[in-house]
Design a protein around this ligand. Structure first.
Ligand SMILES: Cc1cc2nc3c(=O)[nH]c(=O)nc-3n(C[C@H](O)[C@H](O)[C@H](O)COP(=O)(O)O)c2cc1C
Length: 314
């Protein structure tokens, strides 16, 4: 039995997505062939973030394993907008689930170019705006500031009718205020959390381990922070919330759904087990059969986010 979900008007077979940048579906297809398509681990696929220009990413090393997760400083290596449209998009379009393309612009003009070009492609079901980057015009991280986020949304909203998901950064002073600004300016959903800023030192030299000095923390270490932010954001907006941050089991996914998320996403855990999305989906179905009470509705002061806790359909 599956648990169908509707996200921004798009029907999904269930509520389990991948976190952008944490599952390379093109490489997985090469490794596993059509078996990947027959048992695809997610109910929608989110591409890694693309930028207008091609990027090499940050200098190595780019990963550090913490006792309960990862610090990454991958730095968004990608083929750029035209390279993505020409070579990655046709391959991603063969996946058996709706496709979400994640985009990041270093200015509102760049973001507009990305949304306009990606938005005209029929293969794309939704667009995720990764706003965890500095705007070169202001020096501010777009998603750290409600007004900057709203300005970005106002610029791109008229360019496409496709649902726009804003991927919030946990490094903002007040993520619910950013989410509310995104909603007022026309966002159709928010996803959170992106990684928390962190660093690690080389135990031999006591110098920064990562080539980029700092990176983003993910995995079980961030789960409690993510759960709180999903709860407080979901209580503030009426659009759907996609919750992520350290989810590795159906029970943990159920926590995020109970806290107000419509869907959840799995990131770091997919590096350990690329099929984990399917396991989480089936554990969620088993949990639903035990009819656990919804925390969000019973203890959080009413149903947050327009009753998304009830978006799971039989
Ligand atoms: C190696 C790695 C690469 C990532 N790349 C991206 C990316 O390209 N775009 C993005 O929005 N988030 C990116 N993220 C963040 C994840 O999508 C997710 O928001 C975060 O890792 C929290 O979920 P998790 O704890 O389940 O990994 C990346 C995370 C990791 C670990």
């Amino acid at each position: 039995m599956t648990a169908r979900v509707e996200l921004c008007g798009v029907a999904l077979g269930g509520p389990v997505l991948n976190g952008s940048g944490t599952f390379d579906a093109i490489a997985a297809r090469r490794a596993f062939g059509d078996a990947l398509l027959e048992r695809f681990p997610f109910d929608a696929f989110v591409s890694k973030t693309i930028t207008v220009e091609p990027r090499q990413g940050n200098p190595p090393p780019r990963l550090w394993e913490t006792p309960a997760g990862l610090i990454n400083s991958i730095g968004l290596p990608n083929k750029g907008l035209e390279g993505f449209l020409a070579s990655d998009l046709p391959e991603l379009a063969e996946l058996p689930v709706p496709l979400v393309v994640s985009v990041m612009g270093f200015s509102r003009d760049e973001l507009a170019a990305l949304v306009a070009r990606v938005g005209e492609r029929d293969e794309v079901a939704m667009i995720e705006l990764n706003v965890s980057c500095p705007n070169v015009e202001t020096g501010l991280v777009m998603g750290a500031d409600p007004a900057e986020t709203a300005r970005a949304l106002e610029r791109v909203r008229p360019l496409t009718e496709k649902p726009l998901i804003v991927k919030l950064t946990p490094n903002a002073e007040e993520p619910p205020a950013v989410a509310a600004a995104a909603e007022s300016a026309g966002a159709d959903a928010v996803s959170l959390i992106n990684t928390l800023k962190g660093m690690a030192l080389d135990p031999e030299t006591r110098r920064p381990w990562l080539g980029a000095v700092t990176g983003g923390v993910s995995g079980p270490a961030v789960r409690a922070v993510a759960l709180e932010q999903v709860h407080s954001v979901s209580a503030r907006v009426t659009i759907p919330t996609i919750g992520m941050g350290g989810i590795a089991s159906g029970g943990q996914a159920a926590d995020f759904l109970a806290a107000g998320a419509t869907c959840i996403a799995v990131g770091t855990e997919s590096f350990r087990d690329p099929a984990v999305g399917r396991r989480i989906a089936s554990e969620l179905v088993e949990l639903r059969q035990t009819r656990q009470p919804a925390f969000a509705q019973s203890e959080a002061g009413g149903t947050p986010s327009g009753g998304q806790g009830s978006a799971l359909l039989p």
